[in-house]
Design a protein around this ligand. Structure first.
Ligand code: C2O
Ligand code: CU
Ligand code: CU
Length: 496
């Protein structure tokens, strides 16, 4: 059974919702790491008029995840996921996007600071057979960004079926650091996803109300489309670029040998300096860059551990009930013989842009609301849908915020619901000022576009809305649990 947003709305209004406590049992826990990690193809564009031309075709196909069965999927230039787009700050790029599906889609450039009409959100639908060619300049720091479907009420399903890929940006500053940067060799992307499968091989999606309320979680971990993966490392030092491309699962990354992770990057930039920590929490839409040093013949498993709640409150119980409480392997890193690497890490990596809170034009209060779970309306006064922001579900015809061009703003994102939500803003990269009044984690001190907001907590971010004003084309802000976004926890702003 599949619930539409409308059925969900009715269900939430009339019944106490069941499915709160669906235990997620990770089917895949064998950890034999039998399969070689797939690496998405890197594309650097062809010289075209006025810049680099990238060609993307969104298409349907069949993919092999499980033995004996195949899975219908969609992908970009392939059956599942898409190529990694690589470019440099200052490049002009055009991305010729053809929709070869029999259904509409969109491709949104998550993390990119570009004009709203090229953003690829729900307003830039590409109909079946149509071509859409956004063209823009790369005006931002070296970072791991990504792209994915952003179809109104259909993002969760299209991303689940495979519409996502990486967008790698470098710049002179990052190149001068001698970080590992040979793609697929010592610079390896890891797209973390989780999936559930029906017996005949298709993805199982929205089969319970809990899938929407709590967000969809799978019981099979898939990395770059590979189940039960290992990767052979060939150099002493490897850079791992990790994207949480899951619909809703939050990972608590760590090494099985208990050694610290060395974190050098966040969503939208490298960090000021490397951070060493045993565990890193990574929510949907967030990225982290790691350095891993290996000895010859060493094996390290990248794991996910139970999330230790930062904030106490009513959310504790809920989060313990599903997901996030499990320990499971993600990928095995294997070393054979190793070529030597430069093992020095500069103490200072880059200068991360920052804004002075005292200079902020205003503070906006953004409240994440859920009117469900059989617990009445939570967070919002008079919600007009199952989920919303500041008491309102997304209305594609309503502009929620008008932001003056050049504004430096603080957004205080409040969460009165019992779940942790990854909050994302289009157009900008921000700094996290504080979480429940305390400093954010050291690995959150880079530029970010997505941040986890815990139950009963508030996160303050600061950013500047620069460069692109357009009264007619909005940008989105939303929860990056894709089922929450599809259920209405999204708003839109124009920069004017
Ligand atoms: Cu990753 Cu509005 O998107
Ligand atoms: Cu985005
Ligand atoms: Cu959410």
């Amino acid at each position: 059974m599949v619930f539409s947003r409308r059925e969900l709305l009715l269900g939430a209004a009339t019944t106490a919702v069941s499915g709160l406590s669906l235990p997620s049992r990770l089917a895949f826990a064998a950890g034999r790491f039998a399969n070689t990690l797939k690496i998405p193809t890197l594309i650097e564009g062809k010289p075209g008029e006025g810049g680099k031309l990238f060609e993307l075709g969104v298409q349907a196909g069949m993919s092999k995840f499980l033995p004996d069965v195949s899975t219908p999927t969609i992908g970009i230039n392939g059956a599942y996921l898409g190529p990694a787009i690589k470019c440099s700050a200052g490049d002009r790029v055009s991305i010729r996007t053809r929709n070869n599906l029999t259904e509409p889609t969109t491709l949104h450039w998550h993390g990119l600071h570009i004009p709203a009409r090229y953003d690829g959100g729900p307003h830039q639908v590409v109909e079946p057979g149509a071509v859409w060619e956004p063209s823009f300049e790369i005006k931002q720091k070296a970072s791991l960004c990504w792209y994915h479907s952003h179809l109104m009420e259909g993002t969760g399903e299209q991303v689940l079926r495979g519409l996502a890929g990486l967008f790698l940006i470098d710049d002179d500053e990052s190149r001068s650091l001698n970080l590992p940067s040979e793609y697929g060799v010592d610079d390896i992307p890891l797209i973390l996803q989780d999936r559930r499968f029906n017996r005949e091989g298709s993805f199982e999606y929205l089969s319970t109300m809990g899938d929407i309320e709590m967000g969809y979680e799978g019981d099979v971990i898939v990395v770059n489309g590979t189940v039960d993966p290992h990767v052979m490392l060939r150099r002493q030092r490897t850079r791992l670029r990790v994207l949480n491309g899951s619909n809703s699962r939050i990972y608590m990354l760590g090494r099985d040998d208990g050694a610290d992770l060395v974190i050098i990057g966040s969503d939208g930039s490298l960090l000021e300096r490397p951070v060493r920590q045993r565990r890193v929490r990574l929510g949907p839409g967030e990225r982290i860059e790691l350095l891993i040093d290996m000895q010859p013949d060493q094996t390290v498993t990248l794991m996910s551990y139970p999330v230790i709640a930062g904030a106490m409150g009513s959310g504790m119980m809920m989060r313990g009930m599903r997901g996030n409480s499990e320990t499971f392997p993600i990928i095995e890193l294997r070393a054979g013989q190793l070529e030597t690497s430069d093992l020095s890490i500069p103490e200072r990596l880059i200068a991360v842009p920052n804004w002075n809170p005292a200079k902020a034009e205003r503070t906006r209060i953004i409240t994440l609301d859920m009117a469900m779970m059989g617990m009445g309306r939570m967070g919002g006064p008079e919600m007009d849908g199952p989920m919303g922001i500041n008491g309102r579900s997304i209305d594609i015809n309503r502009i929620d915020l008008r932001i003056p061009l050049g504004d430096v703003e603080i957004w205080e994102i409040r969460n009165t619901t019992p779940l942790t939500h990854p909050f994302h803003i289009h157009d900008v990269q921000f700094r996290v000022l504080d979480r429940a009044g305390a400093l954010p984690q050291p690995y959150e001190h880079g530029l970010k576009d997505t941040v986890l907001v815990d139950p009963g907590s508030a996160v303050r971010i600061i950013t500047e809305f620069s460069d692109f004003a357009d009264p007619d084309h909005p940008y989105m802000y939303h929860c990056h649990i894709l089922e929450h976004e599809d259920a209405g926890m999204m708003g839109q702003f124009v920069v004017v």
